[in-house]
Design a protein around this ligand. Structure first.
Ligand SMILES: *[C@@H]1O[C@H](CO)[C@@H](O)[C@H](O)[C@H]1NC(C)=O
Ligand SMILES: *[C@@H]1O[C@H](CO)[C@@H](O)[C@H](O)[C@H]1NC(C)=O
Ligand SMILES: *[C@@H]1O[C@H](CO)[C@@H](O)[C@H](O)[C@H]1NC(C)=O
Ligand SMILES: *[C@@H]1O[C@H](CO)[C@@H](O)[C@H](O)[C@H]1NC(C)=O
Ligand SMILES: *[C@@H]1O[C@H](CO)[C@@H](O)[C@H](O)[C@H]1NC(C)=O
Length: 378
C-alpha cells in the first residue's frame, strides 16, 4: 500500500476539495510565469504599489502624483488608462469625468482636447473623508508620464479601462485600447518593467497576443458576482472556452465562483498576476482558502496581490482590519503586491522603511519555506 502524505511547511491549512468540478469540455490551459528577467523579481516582496500615484498629496492619476511616487520609495506605481475617441491614451479612473471634474463626459467617447479643457477639482470627497489639494490639475497623457517614469527602476502597474468586460458592443474599444497600450509599452522600453492588467480579460488577452513578452495580469472584482452566465456567452471572443462556459454552473453566483476558482479566463488571457479587493480573499461567500485554491487550480507559482490598503475612503478601523488580513495572507505566501493609497504607512507596516524590518524578514523566510513541499512514500 502506498500512501502519499504531503506536508507543506508553515502553511497549516488542509486543502478542501473544491465543490465545483471542471466540466470535461474545459481546455487545459497553460500558466505563464512572470519572466525571470522582469523587474518584478528584483524587488523585495511584498511590493508596495502607489495606487494612482500619491492620491493623498496630489489628485489621483495626475502627472504630479505619479511623478512624486518616484521619490516615495514605492516599489511601483499603479495608474488607469483610457483610450480617447481620437486614439490618445489618457490617465484617468472613472468612465465619467463627473466625480473628478464636476463636468459630465464619458472619457472614451470624448476627444483628448475635450478632456484637456476640464479641471480636476482641488477638493475630493472619499467615503466620509474630504481631501484638499493645492491646485486644480489636468487629465494627463500616458505618454507624458511614461517619458519620465520609464527612466526609473520602478514597477509600472498599468490598468486598462473601462473595466466592464461584458458589453459586447465595446469589443472594438477593448481591442483598440489594448493595441495602443502594447505599442506604447514597446516604444517606451517597458516590456520588462510593466505589468499590464485589467478587469476586462479581453484587453489583457489582446496585449499578450500582440506581444507575448509583455507581462499581463487579471483583476477580479466581487462586482462581477452578479453578472449572469448569459452575459459571458454573448461575447464573441470566448474562443475555446465557449463549450466549457456552457457546461459550467448555471446559477450566477456559482458561475462567478467557477470563474474565480478555475482561473480559466485568467489563463486564457495569458495572465501571470492575480489581484483583487482584499475583501475577496477567504470570503466565505465566494471562496474559502483562496490562496491554496489558486495555487492548485492556477499555478503553484501564481503571484497574488490586493487593493486597496489604507484606501482614502476607509476608516481607521477598516485599515486595522485590512492590516491584520494582509499580514495573514503574506504568511500564507500571498500578498505580493500591496496596492495602497498610503505608501509611507504600507512601507512602515512591512518593515520596509526602518532597520527594524522584522516582519518583512520573517515573511520572506516563510514565503521561501512555502516552496518546499516534502513527499513521503511508505
Ligand atoms: C459611447 O459612444 C457609443 C457610440 O456612439 C455609444 O453607443 C455608447 O452608448 C456611448 N457610451 C456612453 C457610456 O455614453
Ligand atoms: C478650467 O480652468 C481654466 C483656468 O482657470 C478655465 O479657464 C476653464 O474654463 C476651466 N474649465 C472648465 C471646463 O471649467
Ligand atoms: C520577445 O523576446 C524575444 C527574446 O528577446 C525576441 O526574440 C522576440 O522578438 C520578442 N517578441 C516580440 C513580439 O517583441
Ligand atoms: C480545482 O482543482 C481541483 C483539483 O485539481 C479540481 O478537482 C477542481 O475541479 C478545480 N476546480 C475548478 C473550478 O477548476
Ligand atoms: C466557507 O466556509 C464556511 C464555514 O465552514 C461555509 O459556511 C461556507 O459555505 C464556505 N464557503 C464556500 C464558498 O465554500
Amino acid at each position: 500500500m502506498t500512501m502519499k502524505i504531503i506536508f507543506v511547511l508553515f502553511t497549516c491549512f488542509i486543502y478542501e476539495a473544491s465543490t465545483i468540478q471542471l466540466p470535461s469540455s474545459c481546455p487545459d490551459l497553460p500558466f505563464h510565469d512572470i519572466p525571470t528577467d522582469h523587474l518584478f523579481h528584483k524587488k523585495v516582496k511584498p511590493l508596495v504599489i502607489a495606487h494612482r500615484g500619491l492620491p493623498k498629496e496630489y489628485q489621483e492619476n495626475t502627472y504630479d502624483g505619479i511623478i512624486a511616487s518616484l521619490d516615495s520609495h514605492a516599489d511601483g506605481f499603479e495608474l488607469d488608462i483610457y483610450k480617447t475617441k481620437d486614439d490618445q491614451l489618457v490617465v484617468f479612473h472613472d468612465d465619467n469625468t463627473m466625480r473628478m471634474t464636476g463636468v459630465s463626459k464619458v472619457v472614451y467617447n470624448s476627444t483628448y482636447q475635450e478632456l484637456l479643457e476640464l479641471n480636476i477639482t482641488d477638493t475630493i470627497v472619499k467615503g466620509g473623508n474630504t481631501y484638499t489639494f493645492g491646485k486644480k490639475r489636468k487629465i494627463p497623457l500616458l505618454e507624458d508620464i511614461l517619458k519620465v517614469t520609464s527612466k526609473h527602476d520602478i514597477l509600472h502597474y498599468l490598468e486598462m479601462k473601462p473595466s466592464e468586460p461584458l458589453r459586447p458592443h465595446e469589443l472594438q474599444l477593448a481591442k483598440d485600447t489594448a493595441r495602443l497600450v502594447a505599442q506604447i509599452i514597446e516604444k517606451m522600453g517597458l516590456v520588462k518593467k510593466a505589468i499590464i492588467v485589467s478587469f476586462d480579460f479581453r484587453k489583457v488577452k489582446v496585449v499578450k497576443a500582440i506581444n507575448p513578452n509583455i507581462t499581463v495580469g487579471t483583476l477580479f472584482s466581487q462586482k462581477f458576482a452578479d453578472k449572469p452566465k448569459s452575459r459571458y456567452l454573448e461575447m464573441k471572443e470566448l474562443g475555446n472556452l465557449e463549450q466549457c462556459v456552457k457546461d459550467g454552473p448555471e446559477d450566477t453566483l456559482e458561475f462567478f465562483k467557477f470563474v474565480l476558482q478555475s482561473g480559466l479566463f485568467f489563463k486564457q488571457a495569458g495572465s501571470s498576476s492575480f489581484d483583487c479587493d482584499i475583501k475577496l480573499y477567504n470570503n466565505p461567500k465566494y471562496l474559502n482558502k483562496t490562496l491554496p485554491t489558486l495555487r492548485q487550480n492556477y499555478s503553484r507559482t501564481v503571484s497574488t496581490g490586493f487593493y486597496t490598503i489604507y484606501s482614502m475612503g476607509k476608516t481607521e478601523e477598516q485599515h486595522l482590519i485590512d492590516e491584520r488580513k494582509a499580514l495573514q495572507l503574506i504568511k500564507q505566501g500571498g500578498g505580493q503586491r500591496f496596492i495602497t493609497d498610503d505608501v509611507k504607512r504600507a512601507r512602515s507596516l512591512l518593515g520596509k522603511s526602518s532597520s527594524a524590518g522584522t516582519i518583512l524578514k520573517m515573511n520572506s523566510f516563510i514565503i521561501c519555506l512555502n516552496f518546499f513541499v516534502f513527499q513521503f512514500h511508505f
